[in-house]
Design a protein around this ligand. Structure first.
Ligand SMILES: N[C@@H](CCC(=O)N[C@@H](CS)C(=O)NCC(=O)O)C(=O)O
Length: 305
């Protein structure tokens, strides 16, 4: 239960502690996401055929298959793929639900971004393997960065972005939002993300914002896109969520709870261990309905072992 107090003129909220309740001023609590050890861990989404997607990601996009697990009791399997180990890299967690061969991606999900030193060459390699190129390589409209778009076998778009050698080529997740300033504020306050760049392209009627825990070329970033006048998107049932590491799911949950009261969104799973697994998480929706899961850092590393 969350208790709110007025303390020294500031709103304060209780921080969970075993048996006792310590009161932390909300201003202090709101500092936590910036002090916490945060990192984008993985994006979770559903695919209709695991082997087909694994083949495309490994042979076409150059990812490695990191691990697989089957949960027959719950009738699903997972595969984890990325450009390096999960301990350090952002990866995809693919879910295959037994017997479900296709999904609706909706209009809100944008793309996953992969950085590569030569977009033209990667596109030719993907094309030679039968990949679906939906936007030929060339400078982005209104800019100079060379990009291309390819669709994976389920219809998820991957943006190929030309960039020199990078530690983790998995460079971005792009989601569309209906109110960019509200979304930026939410991700800054609830998750401690930093606004790295905001680009308005009035000639193409959109604005994008990049948010990350380090500079754009050093890390995976969240790209939020606002199309002028579009406030609603469909979410479909394919893309699920993004996972981020935290040192304290309880404190992080308190912060998210405070921020949702101000900006919207809601906690969908209260902080605590997942039944049957030794992993503590808290999950929530942002004001546009995009889901994030905060995962305990130590539990996550134990799970990998
Ligand atoms: N209407 C676009 C707005 C975002 C956008 O246009 N982004 C740029 C990349 S930052 C793009 O896709 N450009 C297409 C191109 O250059 O062909 C959307 O919702 O995806």
């Amino acid at each position: 239960m969350l208790l709110l107090f007025i303390f020294d003129g500031a709103i304060t909220s209780t921080v969970r502690m075993a048996g006792t309740a310590a009161v932390a001023p909300s201003s202090e609590l709101l500092e936590w996401p910036k002090k916490d050890k945060r990192r984008f861990l993985h994006a979770v989404y559903r695919v209709g055929d695991l082997e087909r997607t694994i083949k495309f990601y490994t042979e076409g996009l150059g990812m490695k298959l990191l691990r697989q697990r089957d949960i027959p009791d719950e009738k699903y399997s997972n595969a984890f793929l990325g450009f390096g180990p999960e301990e350090t890299n952002f990866v995809v967690e693919l879910t295959y639900n037994y017997g479900v061969t296709s999904y609706d991606i909706g209009t809100g999900f944008g793309h996953f971004g992969i950085a590569t030193p030569d977009v033209y060459k990667l596109v030719e390699d993907i094309r030679a393997k039968g990949g679906n190129i939906t936007r030929e390589p060339g400078p982005v409209q209104g800019g100079s960065a060379v990009i291309a778009f390819v669709k994976d076998p389920d219809g998820y778009t991957f943006a190929l972005i030309q960039r020199g050698a990078t530690r983790d080529p998995f460079s971005q997740v792009m989601l569309r939002v209906g109110d960019l300033d509200r979304a930026i504020k939410f991700y800054e306050k609830a998750l401690g993300l930093r606004l790295l760049k905001k680009v308005d392209r009035p000639e193409y009627k959109y604005t994008v914002a990049l948010l990350g825990y380090a500079e754009e070329h050093e890390t995976t970033v969240l790209e939020l896109t606002y199309n002028y006048g579009v406030t609603e998107y469909t979410k479909g049932n394919a893309y699920a969520q993004i996972a981020i590491g935290t040192d304290d799911v309880y404190k992080s949950g308190e912060v998210v709870n405070l921020v949702t009261q101000e900006l919207g969104g809601k906690i969908t799973r209260q902080p605590g261990p997942i039944a049957g697994l030794n992993t503590k998480i808290v999950s929530f929706l942002d004001p546009d309905g995009w889901k994030t899961v905060l995962v305990d850092n130590e539990d996550f590393l134990k799970e990998l072992k």
